[in-house]
Design a protein around this ligand. Structure first.
Ligand code: GAL
Length: 566
């Protein structure tokens, strides 16, 4: 890994907030002399070479895109991205190439990445223009592609930037180094790897306990009960105080704990005027409100401490999971968040804070949790996030996008759950749960469901079996998290991570590697089967142990195709 400094970098960038940063310089073979840098009125520009056969991945959680070559990606944190624009719950300025390198750009700005999607006018391209007209579509497009041979990056506002170049044999190795650079992957306690059931937001203590008892009695392997907004006196913005539906929170929590459950509570970081910490937080908050609540500046230790103090009242009665909602931003969902021009006492502006918000919020929550381990949820993460035990989720719901998230999150030090909510049919519910069982966090988010969704669809037996299957995966996942922590290898990752030399894997965004040796090929809701590709090596069906030849084949099953390399 090698750090290169261009111009005068900004004072506040993700590395400045990364507690476990571990940089060790090594020699690299990347042609650094080919990197161009200049300042312009918009900030500064980096231009990097791009080889003809390179494929590019990363830049955060991508639900709509996989191979980013040819795309323009703007790193704007946003809920519910609608197209391939870069908008993401968790954009990250780090990408990897099949040519054996990865580049981390240390910025919290909404940087624009033109990944072979912009044509620079050069002497060569002028000559190109004089070529004879193409006679076939293939020729036409081949020509168009050949023109696009650079990566241009515009970083707004900054007059300089640090670049980190990482090299490795495989994309997986490069990603692992990036994760170790940020301090290593997070650990996950075993209990948090069992299923989570998030209850209807309007339920009171009695309804939650009744459901929890039902799961125990009927043998549904749920390990954590999640509460949604309705537990508080105020939730948009939040008070972080138990409301009348939960008259005796300590007794309620104790009952859940006695039954063997862990407890996860929903919240966001916008602090309601009635919250006991509101006034104390005022000097450490931004100059815009959201839903009339303060936006704490979690870059300031004071804000984190005040916020954590309130969350600790929850931890003290047994809460050990949090769902940190709405810390992304909102260009597509009503514009509720703070603007990019907002000012924060730490010196961050709104644009920068959007990139750091989820992570710094998570840091305050970890301070509240102290020694209590967790694997919680969050809706925004950014650069260098691997050490955070927080899993991303989304209000979007297209099943194939959710499966794609399993493939893309791991490129950028992120964890992703393709959560299950409701479904139109039993078949859809089961298909969604199958892919969810084979993800880092098994999550049924029934926050608006009046009844337990699987009861509604009459698929209790199938769900019971799938949740039991999840339990059998816990030791394997637990070991994969330990490996993530020690080596940076993500527990769930795209095939191209491990098989970078195999071009067949370059476009596979619907199969992924799970833990050490499993390859999961979920069947999307509404489909009877799918095409599977198994790279070179020895494979067998994980369920039946029957050997399966590598290569491409079609499979049809009501189950989920899972293969094991041996
Ligand atoms: C959304 C969140 C959902 C649910 C809901 C409750 O922002 O993504 O999962 O928690 O809020 O209001």
């Amino acid at each position: 890994m090698k750090k290169l400094t261009f111009g005068t970098p900004e004072a506040l960038t993700p590395t400045k907030f990364c507690a476990g940063l571990a940089y060790t310089e090594t020699e690299i073979s990347y042609p650094t002399e080919e990197i161009e840098f200049y300042e312009n009125a918009r900030g500064c520009v980096l231009r990097l070479p791009l080889g003809e056969s390179e494929h590019l991945y990363g830049l955060g959680l991508q639900l709509k895109a996989f191979d980013l070559r040819g795309e323009k990606i703007v790193l704007r944190p946003n809920a519910d991205p609608i197209a391939i624009t870069g908008d993401s719950h968790a954009p990250v300025p780090f990408f990897v190439s099949t040519a054996g390198y990865g580049i981390y750009v240390d910025t919290a700005r909404h940087a624009e990445f033109y990944l072979g999607s912009s044509n620079l006018r050069t002497a060569e391209s002028a000559a190109d223009e004089q070529q004879t007209l193409s006679t076939s579509t293939a020729e036409l497009y081949a020509h168009r592609k050949a023109e696009r041979s650079n990566i241009s990056i515009q970083i707004p506002a900054a007059k300089g930037v640090d670049l980190y170049i990482i090299e490795g044999e495989t994309i997986g190795e490069i990603v692992a180094q990036y994760n170790m650079f940020s301090g290593g992957g997070c650990d996950a306690p075993d209990w948090a790897l069992s299923a989570i059931y998030r209850c209807n937001t309007g339920w009171d203590a009695g309804q939650v306990l009744k459901t929890a008892e039902h799961f125990k009695r009927e043998g549904f392997a749920v390990g954590t009960i999640g509460l949604e907004p309705g537990w508080q006196t105020r939730s948009y913005s939040c008070s972080y105080v138990w409301g009348e539906r939960f008259p005796d929170p300590a007794a309620f929590a104790a009952q859940l704990r006695d039954m063997g459950y862990h407890i996860n509570v929903w919240q966001h970081a916008f602090v309601h005027p009635e919250s006991p910490i509101h006034d104390e937080l005022k000097p450490y908050s931004g100059n815009y409100t959201v839903w009339k609540g303060l936006v704490p500046d979690f870059a300031m230790p004071e804000a984190r401490a005040i916020f954590a103090k309130q969350q600790k009242t929850l931890v003290d009665i047994g809460v050990d999971g949090f769902k940190l909602d709405e810390c992304d931003s909102s260009d597509y969902t009503g514009g509720w968040s703070f603007p990019c021009l907002a000012e924060f006492p730490s010196g961050l502006d709104g644009e920068q804070y959007h990139s750091m918000f989820g992570q710094l919020y998570a840091r305050s929550i970890l301070e509240a949790l102290g020694e209590n381990p967790t694997l919680s949820e969050v809706r925004n993460m950014g650069a260098l996030a691997a050490p955070y035990p927080f899993v991303l989720y989304s209000d979007l719901y297209a099943h194939k996008d959710f499966i794609r998230g399993c493939c893309t999150a791991g490129f950028s030090g992120l964890l992703w759950t393709p959560e299950v909510r409701d479904a139109r049919t039993k078949e859809e519910f089961i298909r969604r749960l199958q892919s969810n069982v084979f993800s880092v966090q098994c999550l049924v988010n029934a926050w608006y469901c009046d009844d337990i969704p699987w009861r509604e669809h009459g698929c209790e037996a199938e769900v019971k079996a799938l949740l039991a299957l999840r339990e059998t995966l816990v030791p394997m996942l637990s070991a994969a998290f330990a490996k993530y922590k020690a080596t940076g290898v993500p527990p769930v990752r795209a095939l191209v991570c491990d098989y970078t030399a195999d071009p067949e894997t370059y476009a596979i965004d619907d199969e992924y590697l799970f833990c050490d040796d499993l390859l999961v090929a979920p069947i999307a809701a509404g489909e009877r089967g799918r095409d599977v590709y198994l790279p070179e090596g020895n494979w067998r069906d994980w369920f039946t142990k029957e050997p399966v030849a590598n290569g491409k084949f079609h499979v049809e099953t009501e189950g989920i195709p899972v293969y094991e390399r041996y």
